[in-house]
Design a protein around this ligand. Structure first.
Ligand SMILES: Nc1nc2c(ncn2[C@@H]2O[C@H](COP(=O)(O)OP(=O)(O)OP(=O)(O)O)[C@@H](O)[C@H]2O)c(=O)[nH]1
Ligand SMILES: [Mg+2]
Ligand SMILES: [Zn+2]
Length: 359
């Protein structure tokens, strides 16, 4: 299987060629375990470990390989395990913060084009959670699409679709049933060959069942949800990329836990752009939208044009982000963002230059 099957494109090539690289070849991380990865490229696929140099660089804040990453591997031992020497800069990434004394970051998926934010139409249905996923998704650099699964188990599909469209702020919403196949034609239109798509959502919403149906046979184990509250049992435990029959690359992930901290800074503004527009009309620039006179947000809530729960969720996510930002060294973060921006800019220039040469 060639590296093209794994989504390698002109853009990746431009990134690869923007630096001198000796005795390494490009590969993609297609699965991840604890301290061990599966990589795939023109050579086929094999297990890989991280080079010592990479481990050291990690201490300095360098990227650690995650599913979806493009990496440089050496192939001295053909066929046997290989070594990852470098993680190429990412176009997008989903980052989870693990709260502790010092907040650590974990990349859930890298270089994702489209995130399918999956909810179930049973008791799992929750608008506030989707707002949270949307904010995280806009921040990641991937495009979001909302997928409402288990349509067969819901009587008010139409009402729920409308409610969801109101919070989606323009992201597409589709209604499907992984059990009956309803809505899959619509869903499959979004899964283009060579694109990387991640399934995100709580445990039990049917991510692995969706994958199995798209593959046409069972590749992932699924398990019944709990009768009482539709909660899942955290069946999927590893992250792995599957090549769909149509050539799209689908990444199944373990169900996300409810109260996880994520990177969502600017994504919050995008998800709640309606709230931000209102807030700009408050009398005081630093309005807390609580008891201040001339608060446009409270006025809208009182008039019923803004949903109180949506407002509260917006404030809650903002507080979480402020907390994260206090905990993480702002200078280091800024420097890293700057570094990546510059790199991507130079790669884009190079890429554009090439396209105009070709045409
Ligand atoms: N009625 C109905 N049940 C579904 C549908 N899709 C999935 N299920 C059921 O939901 C349960 C959970 O499905 P999974 O695919 O394991 O869910 P998951 O999102 O992968 O869960 P984790 O791996 O734990 O994150 C299983 O019993 C599935 O059979 C659907 O469209 N309709
Ligand atoms: Mg699963
Ligand atoms: Zn206000």
């Amino acid at each position: 299987m060639s590296i093209l099957r794994w989504g390698w494109n002109e853009y990746c090539k431009a990134v690869w060629q923007s630096a001198e690289r000796d005795s390494v070849v490009p590969a993609r991380v297609v699965a991840q375990g604890r301290g061990v990865w599966r990589v795939a490229g023109d050579f086929g696929d094999c297990l890989a470990e991280a080079a010592g140099k990479l481990r050291l660089a990690r201490e300095e804040g360098a990227d650690w390989p995650a599913v979806g990453d493009w990496v440089a591997v050496d192939l001295r031992n053909q066929g046997a395990a290989t070594t990852i020497h470098e993680v190429l800069p990412r176009r997008s990434q989903f980052v989870r913060k693990m709260a502790g004394k010092k907040i650590a970051e974990q990349v859930i998926a890298a270089n994702v084009d489209l995130a399918l934010l999956v909810s179930a139409l049973d008791r799992d249905f929750n608008l506030r959670r989707v707002e949270r996923y949307l904010a995280q998704c806009w921040e990641s650099g991937a495009k979001p699409a909302i997928v409402l699964n288990k349509a067969d188990a819901c009587e008010e599909t139409q009402e729920k679709l409308q409610e969801m469209e109101r919070v989606a702020m323009g992201a597409p919403v589709c209604v499907i049933s992984a059990k009956t196949g309803r809505g899959f034609d619509e869903l499959e239109k979004q899964l283009a060959r060579g694109k990387t798509i991640v399934l995100l959502g709580s445990s039990g919403v049917g991510k692995s069942t969706i994958l199995n149906r798209l593959m046409g046979h069972v590749v992932q184990e699924v398990q019944e949800v709990r009768e009482a509250d539709s909660r899942g049992r955290h069946t999927t435990t590893a992250r792995q990329i599957f090549v769909l029959p149509g050539g799209a690359l689908l990444l199944d992930t373990p169900g996300l836990r409810e109260l996880q901290l994520w990177d969502a800074g600017e994504g919050i503004s995008q998800t709640f752009s309606d709230m931000e527009t209102l807030a700009a009309q408050c009398r005081f620039a630093d309005c807390g939208h609580e008891v201040e006179p001339g608060c446009a947000v409270q006025a809208a809530i009182a008039a019923g044009t803004v949903d109180r729960e949506r407002f509260e969720n917006w404030r809650k996510l903002q507080r979480e982000m402020e907390f994260l930002q206090r905990k993480i060294d702002p200078q280091a973060r800024q420097n890293e963002k700057q570094r990546i921006k510059q790199l991507m800019r130079s790669v884009k220039r190079m890429y554009r230059g090439r396209e105009s040469h070709q045409s």
